[in-house]
Design a protein around this ligand. Structure first.
Ligand code: SF4
Length: 413
């Protein structure tokens, strides 16, 4: 069937796809070519990526039961694509106190969470010890939780306030309870692009330095890319090349997550004139290219349902992805920042969505260890739908932001 399909495909694209399926590593130029595939070339790409996915990880589709907690939205960095950050004097700025964080963790556990993902803005009055305090408090209260916390931007900030070596600082956070780091704040790992997106943010070399140091001290990380704004296929290919090179050296990435940029209500679109996000074919194309490009180094390619929605997410799982991401569990829904998809996805919904495309749902831990395989729908657990605990502002806390804004920190941090 593939041979017949290739008859209509550009010979260069056909050769790259055949090579990738034969197990040859594809080059940056080849990835760039695939990122521009259209028509029959694009359909062949999706097909090849799906075949590679099946060979690499089989038909299981994983998801993680987790909760996102953003402990503050006060941030001085000023990324042009961010709809989340607030100045401390704004009426909806917040810093959650420890009690609030612990209440959110307790609620998450009641709803089956195995992971807490914690990230926040870069609060200029906080320092390295702040992150340690948060991690210690959560881990002391809930030792069973996997604490997936602090973006490279937060690590950079905390580290610069400390007098430690970067490895020592990361080891100190690990000792406090951090088990892995989100590989966010990556956006596009190209300083020319970064200088436009967020001139005050950490540069490419520093992102790589922090990630490698984390991997060296035994803190695995995810890896991400944010696309659909001002970048070109060349930037995406180079970004993926850098991630692949780091993985060859450290083996510390658990997954690669393409994250589509959401353009509404930010400076990057409204003032700087970025594109209004990626098209659906682009969303699928980057997932497919990631599958072929990263093999065999990174075999978990995640779909961001927050960015793509459930239905396009299902299609992406047929174009190279094997993971549906996390439940997130945010309790409020807002369209303020423009996404229609930023709401909780329950484990039941994940299982239904996965079965609808003929695959097998598997609940995983943060590090992709299989926790429960759901072969037979008749044997599914009935998960109690716990009421979401409304967390009233108290102490330093103020009103919470929307689910999408919270979820968007996955991307940006
Ligand atoms: S993306 Fe993160 S670092 Fe940048 S402004 Fe928003 S909260 Fe701050």
């Amino acid at each position: 069937m593939f041979e017949r399909m290739l008859e209509d495909v550009n010979p260069r694209v056909a050769a790259i796809l055949e090579a990738a399926l034969d197990g040859r590593e594809i080059s940056l130029e080849e990835a760039e070519c695939l990122l521009e595939a259209e028509g029959a070339d694009r359909h062949a790409l999706y097909w090849a990526a799906d075949k590679a996915r099946q060979e690499d990880v089989g038909d299981d589709v994983t998801y993680v039961v987790c909760r996102n907690i953003n402990f503050t939205n006060i941030c001085y960095v000023g990324c042009s694509f961010c709809g989340f950050a607030r100045h401390k004097h704004e009426s909806d700025a917040f810093v959650h106190d420890t009690e609030t964080l612990l209440e959110k963790c307790a609620d998450a556990i009641e709803r089956g969470a195995t992971e807490i993902c914690m990230q926040g803005g870069i609060h200029p009055q906080k320092d390295h010890a702040y992150y340690h305090e948060i991690a210690s408090a959560v881990k002391a209260a809930f030792p069973q939780l996997h604490l997936h916390a602090f973006s490279p931007e937060e690590i950079d900030f905390g580290h610069r306030k400390s007098d430690m070596e970067i490895g020592d600082y990361l080891a100190w956070l690990k000792e406090a309870g951090v088990s892995s780091l989100p590989g966010t704040a990556a956006e596009i790992l190209d300083d020319e692009i970064r200088d436009i997106l967020s001139p005050r943010k950490l540069k490419t070399d520093r992102w790589v330095e922090i990630i490698k140091a984390a991997h060296r001290v035994g803190l695995p990380t995810t890896s991400t890319v944010m696309y659909g704004h001002i970048e070109s296929p060349r930037h995406i290919a180079a970004h993926m090349g850098l991630i692949r090179d780091v993985q060859k050296e450290t083996g510390g990435f658990t997954e690669f997550v393409p994250l589509g940029y959401i353009h509404e209500r930010n400076e990057l679109y409204n003032v700087l004139g970025s594109r209004p996000g990626a098209t659906a074919p682009e969303d699928l194309r980057i997932v497919a290219v990631a599958r072929l490009f990263m093999r065999p180094w990174i075999t978990n390619i995640q779909v961001s349902w927050v960015k793509m929605g459930h239905k396009l997410g299902q299609v992406a799982l047929d174009a190279g992805a094997n993971d549906f991401g996390g439940t997130l569990m945010e309790e409020s829904i807002s369209r303020e920042s423009g996404s229609q998809f930023g709401e909780n996805t329950s484990p039941e919904d994940f299982r239904r969505l996965i079965r609808e495309i003929g695959r097998v749902p598997v609940e995983r831990g943060t590090l992709y260890q299989s926790l429960r395989r759901f072969d037979d729908p008749a044997l599914d657990p009935v998960t109690p739908v716990a009421p979401v605990t409304p967390v009233a502002p108290e102490g330093e806390s103020g009103p919470e932001r929307s689910a999408e804004e919270s979820a968007s920190l996955q991307v940006i941090g």
